[in-house]
Design a protein around this ligand. Structure first.
Ligand code: ASP
Length: 318
């Protein structure tokens, strides 16, 4: 029996183009739906769902969702209250991508509580995709964002403690990071995604991870699906993770299979390193089917559809 994958292969070589429609007709589409990484995804999904359930766009929904942990001083891995780099600076990375393939990104941005909204403005108001550092800050301030202190007393205290023992070596492990990646399909059948983080705690000053890099930390292709990544960004960048996940879905893999294959590629490249770090991928396809896969146990994500909002443990490799 031919699988969907075989049919798609055939369609590439044999010109059986109506095949995709044939399968699309067989499947009921789950929409709207929104998925977000980690526990804080539950609250992010609530904000996104308000928009999606009222017929709003996936783009507005993912921005609204991403802003929730960004603005929460208790979340130490995103936006306000994020743990700083090894020199005590909170530097933020974020990107956003919509159903038209438009995208915007900011990296190494300081002093702005909602980098995701700056990324959206880069997408909508400039001919560019990415602004970084002082240039990104200048752009944000000119466009009405307020300069704020993002280092909370608690995060400052944690950083000071860390400097005593860690002799300014950035330590990458499964605990000192987390990103919100949020992907959604709206009632109109359109996909969008957003990704925002303060990056690895105590990273080197100037370090930028995967989260603001289109194709690495986030990717959306409105014909196929969307994917978001979390974990050690360096490893995600090396395999251009989210673009890979979307391409694997294009080849006929389910979202979970696509995430698993991307994780396996990281393991294959460096099995020893893969044991020490966390990387997780979250994916959603055009039919509203979703899935995730990660390196180590402990990654979870929140899914909100017409059946409600729930936290799901991702399957893992090691
Ligand atoms: N991917 C983020 C980074 O490398 C951190 C994380 O998601 O845990 O900056």
């Amino acid at each position: 029996m031919k699988t969907r994958r075989d049919f798609l292969k055939l369609s590439t070589f044999g010109g059986l183009l109506p095949v995709t429609n044939f399968f699309a007709e067989q499947k009921a589409v789950t929409k709207p739906i929104v998925l977000s990484t980690w526990n804080f995804g539950l609250q992010a999904n609530e904000a996104a769902w308000k928009i999606l359930s009222n017929g709003g766009t996936a783009l507005d929904a993912v921005e609204a969702g991403a802003k929730v942990p960004e603005g929460d001083p208790k979340e130490t891995s995103v936006g306000l209250g994020g743990l700083p780099d090894r020199d005590g600076h909170v530097t933020l990375d974020a990107c956003i991508m919509d159903e038209q393939g438009r995208c915007g990104s900011v990296a190494f941005l300081e002093h702005i509580v909602h980098p995701i909204s700056v990324a959206r403005m880069v997408m909508e108001k400039t001919p560019h995709v990415m602004l970084v550092g002082a240039g990104a800050l200048k752009f944000a301030l000119v466009n009405g964002f307020k300069k704020e202190r993002l280092l909370t007393k608690e995060s400052e205290k944690a950083w000071k403690e860390w400097t005593k023992k860690s002799a300014y070596k950035p330590i990458v492990n499964v605990e000192n990071h987390d990103t919100i990646g949020i992907i959604a399909l709206d009632v109109h059948g359109n996909l969008s995604g957003a990704c925002t983080t303060s990056g690895l705690a105590y990273k080197m000053h100037g370090r930028v991870g995967d989260s603001p890099i289109i194709g690495a930390g986030l990717y959306v292709d409105n014909e196929i699906g969307a994917a978001a990544a979390t974990g050690v960004g360096e490893e995600v960048i090396k395999i251009v993770g989210c673009h890979l996940v979307v391409e694997l879905m294009r080849q006929g893999n389910t979202p979970e299979q696509a995430c698993r294959l991307a994780v396996e590629r990281i393991v294959k490249r460096n099995p020893a390193k893969a044991k020490e770090i966390q990387v997780g991928f979250l994916a959603l396809n055009k039919n509203g089917e979703s899935g995730a896969f990660c390196l180590q146990s402990g990654f979870n994500y929140a899914k909100y559809d017409s059946t409600g909002n729930s936290l799901i443990d991702s399957k893992f490799k090691i």
